[in-house]
Design a protein around this ligand. Structure first.
Ligand SMILES: Cc1cc2nc3c(=O)[nH]c(=O)nc-3n(C[C@H](O)[C@H](O)[C@H](O)COP(=O)(O)O)c2cc1C
Length: 170
């Protein structure tokens, strides 16, 4: 369980190493193991290991600059909401999958960083275009992935405070 407590956003990666395609597929599998509203499974994944493409995506926002420092990434894509039973919950489905990938990556010893795309229109449009995504599908998040430069990133300060917790009623 410590990997959950020790997960931290990693923004510096060792570019002499690269996570294999098979491992990236496995991370998507963990993503899809996340719950979804009425099991609607409203997600798809795009694996990126083309550095030129990753660099292009790094220019879509200030937050995506981290992509300049990595050679692999996963893009979490929302399926066309008109095909879903519970479209209002799709964002939650996509967030759950994104977090699952971060946790699985941490457990495997990889560094990861969530890059927010949805609901910022400009980021969504730019990344959709670069990735050639068709129709009403949309980019929800991008996850920078790679071997961390240092393991120290996983041992940061405690975030939890007991005063965040209420008992029965607030
Ligand atoms: C919805 C969301 C969007 C985020 N967007 C970005 C981003 O665009 N760029 C980035 O470098 N980090 C981004 N992050 C990572 C946060 O900055 C990070 O989780 C936060 O500072 C806490 O640090 P930690 O992940 O190391 O615990 C995002 C995180 C979330 C949950």
């Amino acid at each position: 369980m410590d990997y959950i407590l020790n997960r931290r956003s990693v923004r510096e990666f060792d570019l002499t190493k690269k996570i294999s395609y098979e491992e990236l597929v496995d991370l998507c599998r963990y993503g899809e193991a996340a719950p979804s509203a009425r099991n609607q499974r409203s997600r798809e994944y795009i694996i990126l290991d083309d550095k030129n493409l990753i660099d292009e995506l790094s220019n879509t926002s200030k937050g995506s600059q981290v992509l300049k420092n990595c050679n692999t990434a996963i893009v979490v894509v929302g399926r066309d909401s008109s095909e879903l039973t519970t479209p209002d919950m799709q964002q939650a489905d996509l967030a759950a999958a994104t977090e699952n990938i971060l946790l699985a990556a941490t457990k495997k010893g990889y560094g990861s960083c969530w890059i927010g795309v949805y609901p910022i229109k400009e980021r969504m449009e730019d990344s959709k275009k670069i990735l050639n995504i068709k129709g009403d599908k949309f980019v929800y998040s991008m996850i920078a992935l790679g071997y961390p430069n240092s393991n120290e990133v996983f041992f940061d300060k405690e975030k939890f405070e007991l005063n965040m917790v209420f008992h029965n009623k607030e």
